[in-house]
Write a protein that binds this ligand. Sequence first.
Ligand code: SF4
Length: 126
Amino acid sequence: MPKRTIVKIDEKLCNGCGVCINPCAEGALELVNGKARVIKEEMCDGAGVCLGVCPTGALSLEVREASEFSEEEVKQKAKERDNMNYIPQTCNWCGITEKDAYLLAVKKQGKALWICSKCIPKIIHG
Ligand code: SF4
């Protein structure tokens, strides 16, 4: 099995808030028994987008032996997702949804927030 970068979840730090689930474009993360889990390591590309939104620091990247990333697994999961009721994230500043604006994950004083591209300048400049 090849070595590659993959997400690591510290179960002790994970509080099961679920904030990391939607940012994973591959759908590799799910909540299982109240904890975030990589449901199939073939679906985690190790990009680490989820790391920035975790409020507890439970997510990190590690290099270890893992099954190779599989686009086919991701496509299959995407089909399953299309058949589910998806709840869009909203900007924590103005309330606009991700359907109408790009949302970016930001952190302040340990709190993870979604902020839309329109509100980012307000946060930067006050
Ligand atoms: S964002 Fe962090 S604390 Fe919340 S479910 Fe994901 S890993 Fe757990």
